[in-house]
Design a protein around this ligand. Sequence first.
Ligand code: ADE
Length: 425
Amino acid sequence: MTSPAGPGSDIADPGLAAVGQPRIEWAGHSMPVLGLIGRDLAAAQPFSDLAVAACLHLTPETACLVNLIRAGGGRVQLAASNPLSTQDDIAAALAALPGVSVSARAGVDRGGYYQHLHRALDCGPDLVLDDGGDLVNTLHEERPELLAGVRGGCEATASGAARLRRMAAAGTLAFPMVAADQSVVRRMYDNRYGTGQSVLDGIMRATNTLLAGQTVAVAGFGPAGSGIAERARGLGARVVVTETDPVRALDASLQGFTVAPMREAAAAADVLITATGSRDVIAAGHLALLRDGAILANAGHFDVEIDVRALAAAAIKITPQVRPHADEYLLADGRRLILLAEGRVVNLVAAEGNPAAVMDLSFAVQVLALARLAGREPGGEGALAPVPADIDTAVARLALAARGVDLDELTAAQQEYLDSWREGS
Ligand code: ADE
């Protein structure tokens, strides 16, 4: 039987809980590390009596994270971190749980999106979990009366961490935040494998295009962009990388990718994917260069990488949803350009985000960082810190244990040698 949504929830349809519940269980089967951590959290109760305000993508994997915080004694007040990524059945299943309230509906407008962030903050958070920085930003800008009660929080993405870094530098960050994108485990697995696969999954679901033999332009060769480029090459595409950072451009070049400026890549590409964290990467000036039928997709957190306004201004006709999550822009010269997911994060809008096995590790890092912050007093220094190295090591060990993989241990002599600076040739 479906329980009604919690009193503080604002969701599309509480009746969808029965659809979401088995999807959460399915994801849980691929999240063994969270299972192992859950046992420890249930015993230690680090979140006992604490309220967590969270702004995350409403996916089955996020639901498993929320269950972990509940197991550790916490209450969670959740909002979506993107207006289009919310899975309404998952929102409904979560809203039916005790200790959880959800404010999230797929397709909500900008006003509704921020209203939902405020509802999440209404819990008077002890801790915050953010994905993109909108929750922490709203907390500082619009709910300053709540700042003194916050012990700390964790930010999932590089885009959000970049905002926090600027806040910390300006002296406006009021409590410690941990940047999960700095976690070695997260960088290796989430961006490279997770984003690499799920972005192409989103493009293929939305278009049913064959990538083999096509030219795919990937803007940005950071952890996400390099994963996308690698996977696109694995599917048989010719990959062109665009970069502004010489070190990353060199890395791409040495890995055998063609590196070119966007004006060249735009003219050559069948599919263009932005993954830079910056704005106007595909800008008005590039539109004249694009090939007929070019597919445009953004993998970055914010919808500023493709200049959608310029695209709309250049179009003589826009046909929304020629396929789910694909809009067609017809230009005066007869070319058709296909924009996916309205320029929003394509892997979470047109597909299901990163697979559960990947989010297992990312969320393990985040929940352990959050548990550590739960043990401190509110307030203090408003700094942005990397994930403590021992958390990365612990998560890697748990992931190996869950896979039944053994590793060697250093002998005492090896440890002594590695700790010493006296021994040379
Ligand atoms: N970010 C990327 N993939 C995700 C997922 N599956 N769930 C939540 N957040 C994500």
